[in-house]
Design a protein around this ligand. Structure first.
Ligand SMILES: Cc1ncc(COP(=O)(O)O)c(C=O)c1O
Length: 468
């Protein structure tokens, strides 16, 4: 166990590395810096989405091929960012390119359902054990519509959400996504009303300005991996609660896996109280297993939301589940969208699910993921780094906390200064990573052992430097 002195020394060393490597990054990426300055005149922060911002500025990419990407300075990287988990097919996969080229020649958009859209719906239902599904265009829309349909089906308004989970940027779920440690522990400060099974208080904290105060009351926050907390909330407010929504594997805080029995316990509680259980599989569906978390953990929710990897790299989202709930889209719950089921996304998604993301592909990505996580684990052990590695199919990460995490509060204890030193270090050595410590690596069918070894080597050099 690292002593206080060790921890302080590592933090000092991390700050030195971060400063040096950031200077190197700036020297290597003048074209990104220039494009950033230009972009600031049209785009707030110079990016298309808040999540694309980064320090000292974002690295702007020009193209991708296979498992590699190139930035606007012409620098080449192994892509471990994976477009926030979209690119399990890798870049410009020949089969995906062919399917999109063919679809484009037949017309890019009709706002009329095509045969390919129906075929993709059949694939998604089959793969993720859904009785009925509808298309949307993003993960945000998928969870938004799933919640609306669940509210329509139950005639109730309130939702239960896990502290530290991200479900997109619609108002109902923009609570307690990244609450600061300073505000935690203030019971019922702005409308939440729950406690963990150890008695810790949980509160509803808006994550964004602009979320109406009138909505704060409707979202109740509980800790992940604590079925009793959900049971207690349901016992007290069951007839008001429409939804329990969660990422079955938390993936916006590094990675936190569900404890054995937790997901089934939630399903049983929801059944008892007539609450709709929604799995947000936007990140884990089609990455952690062929059939996502539903297959990997063997628990079926009432509804599930998908996006990201489902579309073979194109814009897509979907949600679905039990027919008796989904039928509310034909009984008054608004579910629509001009681009839903767009032919280009349908073609790319269909090819991805039927020809690229096969069971063999998951075996390949699983082997690479294990090689990467085990490589990192060995390095962590060798140098005594306060960290651990998680291995989950195409997804995995190093979190700078010695013990695996159980919930969001554990994530707050991680040594984020180590991440902020590792980020420029890895990028400067040709490993393209996400700029935030809440993310994880995404591997693709086009990655190979040489890519993984490059990551392991760069990480090993980083840890050696840190402990010098
Ligand atoms: C678990 C989860 N749900 C929903 C979303 C929102 O998806 P999108 O960015 O496509 O709106 C994300 C995005 O990262 C996510 O991680």
């Amino acid at each position: 166990m690292a002593t206080q002195v060790d921890t302080e020394r590592i933090a000092t060393r991390a700050a030195e590395i971060a400063a040096l490597e950031t200077r190197r990054l700036v020297e290597r990426t003048p074209a990104s810096e220039k494009l950033h300055r230009r972009a600031l005149d049209s785009l707030p922060d110079g990016v298309a989405s808040n999540f694309q911002a980064g320090d000292p500025y974002p690295i702007y990419l020009e193209r991708g091929r296979g498992s590699h990407v190139w930035d606007v300075d012409g620098q080449e990287y192994v892509d471990c960012h994976g477009g926030f988990g979209v690119n399990v097919v890798g870049h410009a996969h020949p089969k995906i390119v062919e399917s999109i080229e063919k679809a484009i020649r037949g017309g890019t958009h009709f706002a009329v359902t095509t045969e390919k859209t129906v075929a993709l719906a059949e694939q998604i239902c089959d793969r993720f054990q859904l009785e009925r599904m509808r298309f949307v265009n993003s993960g945000t829309e998928a969870t938004m519509d799933a919640i609306r349909v669940a509210r329509a089906a139950t005639g109730r308004d309130r939702i239960v959400k896990m502290e530290g989970s991200y479900h997109g940027h619609h108002d109902s779920v923009l609570f307690s996504v990244v609450p600061e440690s300073a505000v935690l522990g203030l019971r019922n400060q702005v409308g939440g009303e729950s406690a963990g099974s150890d008695g810790t208080a949980y509160t509803t904290q808006p994550t964004s300005k602009g979320v109406p105060r009138s909505m704060w009351h409707d979202t109740i926050i509980v800790p992940f991996n604590d079925a009793k907390a959900v049971e207690d909330v349901c016992r007290e407010h069951g007839d008001e609660i429409a939804v329990v929504i969660l990422e079955p594997v938390m993936m916006n805080v590094g990675i936190i896996v569900p404890e054995p029995g937790y997901l089934q316990a939630l399903r049983d509680i929801c059944d008892r109280y007539g609450v709709v259980l929604i799995f947000d599989e936007v990140k884990c569906g089609a990455t952690i297993a062929y059939g996502g978390a539903i297959e990997r953990f063997g628990v079926r929710p009432h509804l599930a939301a998908f996006a990201k990897a489902l579309g073979g790299g194109t814009t897509i989202g979907a949600f679905g589940g039990e027919a008796s709930i989904m039928e509310y889209v034909t009984k008054g719950a608004a579910q629509q969208g001009t681009f839903n089921g767009n032919p280009l996304s349908a073609a790319a998604g269909y090819t991805a699910l039927t020809e690229v993301l096969t069971r063999d592909a998951y075996e390949h990505m699983g082997k690479l993921g294990t090689m990467l996580a085990e490589g990192c684990r060995a390095i962590i052990a060798e140098h005594g780094i306060p960290g651990h590695a998680v291995d989950l199919g195409a997804k995995g990460c190093v979190s700078y906390r010695r013990e695996p995490m159980k919930n969001y509060r554990d994530f707050l204890e991680a040594h984020d200064e180590l991440f902020y030193a590792s980020y420029p270090w890895m990028v400067n050595r040709g490993i393209f990573m996400t700029p935030g410590d809440e993310e994880q690596w995404t591997l693709s069918v086009q990655h190979d052992e040489a890519d993984v070894q490059r990551y392991i080597d760069a990480f090993g050099e980083f840890c050696a430097e840190l402990m010098k």
